[in-house]
Design a protein. Sequence first.
Length: 265
Amino acid sequence: MSSIAAVGENYQKFNPRAYLQNNYMPPRADFSSDDFVVPWKLRCLAEAFGTGEIHGHTVIDIGSGPTIYQILSSPDHFEEIIMTDFLEVNREVLRRWLQAEPGSFDWSPYIKHACILEGKGEHWKDKERKLRDKVKHVLPIDIHQLKPLGSALTEPADALVSTFCLEAASPNYESFQKALENVTTLLKPGGHFLMIGALEESFYLAGEAKLLVVPVTEEDVKEAFTRCGYKICDFRTYVMPSSLKIGVDDVRGIFFVHAQKKTQA
Ligand SMILES: C[S@@+](CC[C@H](N)C(=O)[O-])C[C@H]1O[C@@H](n2cnc3c(N)ncnc32)[C@H](O)[C@@H]1O
Ligand SMILES: O=[N+]([O-])c1ccc2c(c1)CN[C@@H](CO)C2
């Protein structure tokens, strides 16, 4: 079995609820200080969209998983949001939240915080409703395919978002780089890519699953984007405080990159 196939096999044990518990509930879901990881992630995304540079018809979220925080600041800038994931269990969790099914994960603290960061006085229920209106598709994706969305995509998107996906789905740096090339085919020239990911992480837990992660440094990420034909517009790093190192992974830090796909070869 190839190492990529082995990653896919291992993901069959991924438990969305355990993953959400580990990463999106306290202590990691602490909104009490801008210095905590979730406010930092939301601020990176809100500020990038707040520049007004990133807009158009469609934005695709690559490897959404069971989470929606990563698209909270996008609805005002796009007509359509496409969410994607490798696993049906995650796509189902997303569909249930989108349909406001009882028992779905409570993202309201995240939605409220995004409204505060954006400073438009928007009520969080309005943002929630807008988000549900604009997510038009929840599609299967495999970043290791030359055409990650298969034939589901008719034309490239105006922007891409991806959080904790490429390094968590690639067995080594070479396949990380190749996956970036693959997903870049989904983006128009001149389009913007916002990515958040783990720095120097080698594994994370999601219930029974122990997922292997290719450890990447800030330089590895910058080099991958540059080699893939991007201009790096902004790059930020967050050092994981010891209080948030809770045994669910060995992540050392988090990166945020805002990159723009160059228009000519
Ligand atoms: C660490 S989770 C990230 C989830 C979410 N984006 C977040 O910010 O928490 C990694 C995600 O990558 C997905 N994944 C695994 N293999 C993949 C592949 N070959 N192509 C696309 N996504 C994949 C998993 O299903 C999982 O949802
Ligand atoms: O601190 N966080 O907010 C946070 C959120 C999600 C994830 C991490 C940390 C680290 N592990 C990745 C999977 O590779 C997933």
